[in-house]
Design a protein around this ligand. Structure first.
Ligand code: ZN
Ligand code: CU
Length: 479
């Protein structure tokens, strides 16, 4: 009997740890990596000669809003096409569970829409994902904003003790089901009135555990340092690991201030466990807001419920065409989403290159005209930033997408090519891998991704989903 199910031969192996690439074979058996090195073809049911193509651990997208996409489009094409084999959902304070039947107020409408795919608990959500598995793996955070919508009648104030107790119980339910931690989004209206004290209390079940807090901070513009300090004080006092979400500095007046924010992180890291994620573009995307439009050089409309034809149009052009002021057009478009050109490229590069920065797409999969990060984030880091700009080596780029996030998110047996690890793998062309999604044509699969394996099963090959759905829910260690 053959020892291995599949032998991938003569590959350039990037093992995810950041150490130098080397040539060798990778053997798979029972959904796991069974051997790495010089192996005999006779020992495998099937052998594929990769002839110098690269192989890496499947990429881990640590910042997503794919909560509903996992069920709505189980092929997970926007992610599988990039070589992503695991997504972390429930970021920015917004999670699909345990929203139940409550109204999906903005920004929860970025993930929840309509009556379908609604869940009262993480137990229910994970059970559905087990019944209707997606092509790739997922792990989940519970969103503080979602918890506020579930427990509070009025969102424009801090939570009462009773509401905090209800939210704590929901955090505990999520943790017991296997969620990785809590995300917060005090930038957004439904959570803007939450004090640091409220969040600390709601997150009390996380104290001194292996759960984590992912923070979309209150302000990424003029008050970015104060907002980071506030968020970090919460995690520090609870003794839990923290991820500062989609780190950036927004608005022309703040260009260059990533020097200050990264220095603040350097200081914080002396005595706390804090890291960050980043998407590789100088434009952001979220719901349409006048204050964010005001920070941006230009704004592109991603979707509009009241004016669907506006998707893909620039706000200023549309306002001129219709002869209306920008402010009234913003109001007329609601509810809506947008893409904001409001960052400095030098800040993006400085943040991406920071050693504790992981890659997270922050893609918005239900947008009509999405930010290209949804389809392009990972190949853009490999092609544009590593190979083109030489911001870091391909080894470092891959570490930021694999070994580093697996360690920070506690995904123990993922993120490395080593015997015993889960067989989540991507085979690609290191000379040609690149993003093709642009702000003009945002829904384009990456070039140079040959094959993607999830738990040993090929889910994407040469530009197409295979239809296989081997993805599992990755639960917090101890579950
Ligand atoms: Zn966010
Ligand atoms: Cu986000």
């Amino acid at each position: 009997m053959a020892e291995f199910d599949l032998l991938l031969r003569n590959a350039v192996i990037f093992d995810g740890t950041g150490t130098a690439r080397h040539e060798g074979d990778v053997a798979l058996a029972g959904g796991r990596i069974a051997g790495v090195g010089k192996l005999e073809a006779a020992d495998a049911l099937e052998a594929i000669d990769l002839r110098g193509r690269a192989i890496a651990p499947g990429f881990i997208d640590v910042h997503t809003h794919d909560d509903r996409l996992l069920l709505a489009d189980p092929s997970m094409a926007p992610k599988a096409s990039q070589g992503v084999t695991t997504v972390v959902v429930g970021n920015c304070g917004i999670s699909l569970a345990p929203l139940g039947s409550r109204t999906a107020v903005p920004p929860i409408n970025l993930v929840a829409n309509g009556e379908a795919q609604r869940f009262d608990s993480f137990e229910d959500y994970f059970a559905r994902l087990a019944l209707e598995p997606p092509a790739i793996n997922c792990a989940a955070l519970v969103g503080h904003t979602t918890l506020r919508v579930v427990t509070m009648a009025q969102l424009d104030r801090a939570a009462t003790d009773d509401e905090i107790a209800q939210m704590q119980a929901l955090v505990q339910e999520a943790l017991d089901a296997g969620a990785l931690g809590v995300s917060t989004g005090t930038f957004y209206a439904p959570a803007a009135a939450a004090t640091a004290e409220e969040i600390r209390a709601v997150c009390a079940p996380l104290a001194n555990s292996n759960a984590l807090i992912a923070s979309h901070i209150r302000d990424e513009t003029a008050r970015v340092l104060e907002s980071m300090t506030e968020a970090m004080s919460i995690a520090r006092s609870l003794g839990v690991r923290q991820v500062i979400s989609h780190h950036k500095v927004v608005g022309k007046a703040n260009f260059g201030r990533s020097r200050e924010t990264l220095a603040l992180l350097d200081d914080a890291r002396l005595d706390t466990d804090v890291c960050l994620d980043c998407y590789p573009y100088p434009a952001s995307s979220t719901v349409l807001r006048a204050d964010t439009v005001a920070q941006a050089r230009r704004t592109l409309i991603a979707w509009s419920k009241s004016m669907p034809a506006a998707a893909g149009r620039y706000l200023d052009e549309l306002a001129a065409e219709r002869g209306v002021p920008i402010a009234s057009l913003i109001a007329d478009l609601q509810p809506a989403g947008a893409i904001y050109f409001a960052m400095d490229e030098a800040d993006v590069e400085r943040i991406l290159a920071y050693p504790e920065t992981m890659i997270g797409s922050d893609g918005l999969p239900h947008d009509v005209f999405p930010h290209p990060r949804l389809w392009g984030a990972f190949p853009r880091v490999l092609g544009h930033y590593a190979r083109g700009r030489r911001l870091f080596s391909l080894e470092t780029a891959i570490h930021k997408m694999t070994g580093l996030p697996a360690a920070r998110f506690g995904l123990g047996d993922r993120g490395v090519i080593a015997p015993g690890a889960a067989a989540d793998l991507v085979v690609f062309d290191p000379e040609h891998v690149r993003d093709t999604a642009t702000f003009e044509r945002p829904k384009q699969p990456a070039a140079g991704i040959d094959a993607v394996y999830v738990n040993g099963i090929v889910v994407w090959r040469e530009g197409h989903a295979t239809g296989a759905r081997p993805g599992v829910v990755l639960k917090r260690a101890g579950h």
